[in-house]
Write a protein that binds this ligand. Structure first.
Ligand code: PLP
Length: 396
């Protein structure tokens, strides 16, 4: 790192995904065919209609210019998002003030911290968590306060146990269910309890619903905004990356409280110029479509989940069968339990040719676990299971 790098960057924990990438590349240079289950980057193609619309809109005159809030496509996208929300969650949103498109939800989450945290403000962030939830707070110069998520508590934070002095300083709370990396899910009662707890406390809640559609076995992920009164101090983040296999397109959105969104919009107005109009046009197409593409994607993940969980269990590696997300959160097996999650990740890459995410990449309470992302096809997953069996030295 350059010695003059700003302290806010020096304070960040090492980004372990970069370390995993380096280890994976080195293994590949040695000729190992690495099965990459490390990043949550969907491998399926986007809906064909999105690609066609992108192509059509990219050629259209005017779409190359900077995006403007009062543009036709921009207005339509917000309306379509509001309609999608009403259809999916039964939550009514004013497209003008309660919807804000983002250059991916990660961007919006980072900027929420930048928008609201002063140096003496606390961001309450579950641990483990998707890294931008805590890294965004650190980069914004706020105080990060970890909320440990424990398996025996269903990976839910114990908000009522928080010290009064912490709560007094808290300005932001991040939540995210279905949860990455633990795959935990909640029902609407959990959100009701959170809203009840937060009422009158001047805490803004940002709920990251990236995996709202990647759900199995009849489970339906609720929205925090379904709770009465939630719109008074909550916002929710969504992405097209997972449901529509468009991670590289960089499009997501934030909805909810209009004052929070207006402040977030102000931050963004100093930093970015919005989204390429052709991408907005493609998003309009998929969000207003019949959503059968989402069902197909979920079915692919369900099959992979069933195959992988069964395979791990057969070799004695006990893991939860997730109700949502395309991850498997796995405790490091007894044989290797003396290793840190980073050491075990290194071993898996170097000796089994499988890249995973170390639990500590998601914060200190991720130690003892690794995360598999099921973003390779079934044939590759079968090979991965075979290789894992070998390093666990299990016959069969
Ligand atoms: C919980 C969670 N939120 C947000 C994101 C990032 O989404 P986007 O591509 O919209 O930035 C991810 C990506 O893995 C995620 O797991």
């Amino acid at each position: 790192m350059h010695p003059a790098t700003a302290n806010r960057l020096k304070r960040l924990p090492p980004y372990l995904f970069t370390v995993v990438d380096e280890l994976r590349e080195k293994a590949m240079e040695r000729g190992i065919d690495v099965i990459d289950l490390s990043m949550g980057s969907p491998d399926q193609p986007p809906p064909p209609e999105a690609v066609e619309e992108l192509y059509r809109a990219a050629k259209q005159e005017g779409n190359q210019r900077y995006s403007r809030e009062d543009g036709k496509i921009e207005k339509k996208l917000k309306e379509v998002i509001a309609r999608w929300y009403a259809g999916r969650f039964g939550v009514e949103l004013d497209p003008k003030t309660e919807v804000l498109p983002l250059i991916g939800s990660k961007e919006g989450i980072a900027h929420l911290s930048l928008t609201f945290l002063n140096n003496d403000d606390i961001a309450l962030v579950p641990s483990p968590a998707y890294p931008v939830h805590f890294n965004g707070a650190i980069m914004a110069g706020g105080i990060l306060y970890n909320l440990p998520l424990r398996e025996e508590k269903g990976y839910k934070p114990e908000l009522k146990k928080l010290d009064k002095s912490i709560v007094r300083m808290a300005k932001l709370l991040f939540l995210s269910y279905p949860h990455n990396p633990t795959t935990a899910v909640v029902d609407i009662n959990f959100f009701k309890e959170v809203v009840d707890w937060a009422k009158g406390k001047e805490i803004i809640i940002g709920n990251d619903l990236a995996y709202s559609d990647i759900v199995f076995d009849g489970y339906k992920a609720p929205s925090l905004l379904q709770v009465k009164g939630a719109k008074d101090f909550c916002v929710e983040f969504h992405t097209l990356s997972k449901s529509y296999n468009m991670p590289g397109w960089r499009i997501g959105f934030c909805v909810g409280n209009r004052e929070i969104l207006s402040a977030l919009k102000k931050t963004k107005s100093y930093i970015d110029f919005g989204l390429f109009r052709a991408i907005q046009a493609a998003a309009i197409k998929v969000l207003s479509g019949d959503q059968s593409c989402v069902k197909r994607t979920v079915e692919i993940y369900r099959k992979r989940r069933d195959l992988f969980v069964k395979g791990l269990k057969e070799m004695g590696w006990e893991v939860e069968k997730p109700k949502a997300t395309f991850y498997i959160w796995a405790r490091i097996p007894l044989k290797y339990s003396a290793l840190t999650s980073m050491e075990f990740t290194q071993l898996l890459i170097e000796e089994a040719g499988i890249a995973v995410a170390p639990g500590t990449g998601f914060g200190e309470y991720g130690e003892g676990f690794i995360r598999f992302a099921l973003v390779e096809n079934e044939q590759r997953l079968i090979v991965a299971l075979e290789r894992i069996r070998k390093i666990l030295e299990i016959e069969g």
